[in-house]
Write a protein that binds this ligand. Structure first.
Ligand SMILES: Cc1cc2nc3c(=O)[nH]c(=O)nc-3n(C[C@H](O)[C@H](O)[C@H](O)COP(=O)(O)O)c2cc1C
Length: 139
């Protein structure tokens, strides 16, 4: 699809195919949204921009319907491009409740949960770190 057409047709989607997500697809999405793009002078640079390249955002996955991955909560280890198992189980209802009762969150094959380690940005940016962290989350 040409870029202009893609831009004009972009819209939020709230209905998803019931088929499971393949582990390689999940892996690709994780890497593409926050993985390591390059290493330079001993520093890792991620796929997304980040104020001061401080990368305060952490990514967690609630896996619900991913082939070869038991249902549960995982943390994305960026350096190893790997998932760390935190807790197995079905957390769909909790996640849906946390998202103000949106059913799609309990039905989705996987839900990404982003948190921030504010101190990574605060030591340099002080008060404005609170603004930058949310912009970082958006990118
Ligand atoms: C910060 C932010 C939070 C959002 N949260 C939700 C949400 O919880 N549920 C949802 O269905 N859409 C959510 N959206 C999508 C907006 O509802 C959507 O972008 C808006 O209705 C415009 O529609 P469009 O994206 O199709 O152009 C969110 C968008 C942003 C930027």
């Amino acid at each position: 699809m040409p870029l202009l057409e893609a831009l004009k047709n972009r819209k939020s989607v709230r209905h998803f195919a019931p088929e499971p997500l393949r582990l390689m697809e999940l892996s690709f999405i994780l890497w593409a949204c926050t993985g390591i793009r390059k290493e330079e002078n001993g520093f890792d640079f991620r796929m997304v921009p980040s104020a001061g390249a401080l990368y305060p955002i952490e990514t967690y996955v609630a896996a619900n319907n991913v082939t070869s991955l038991p249902k549960g909560l995982y943390h994305y280890n960026i350096k190893l491009n790997a998932l760390e198992e935190l807790k197995l189980g079905d957390f769909g209802d909790d996640i849906s409740r946390s998202a103000l009762g949106q059913d799609m969150c309990s039905e989705a094959a996987a839900v990404f949960i982003w948190t921030a380690v504010f101190q990574r940005a605060k030591w340099k940016y002080h008060q404005r770190a609170y603004r930058y962290v949310y912009i970082d989350a958006g990118t």
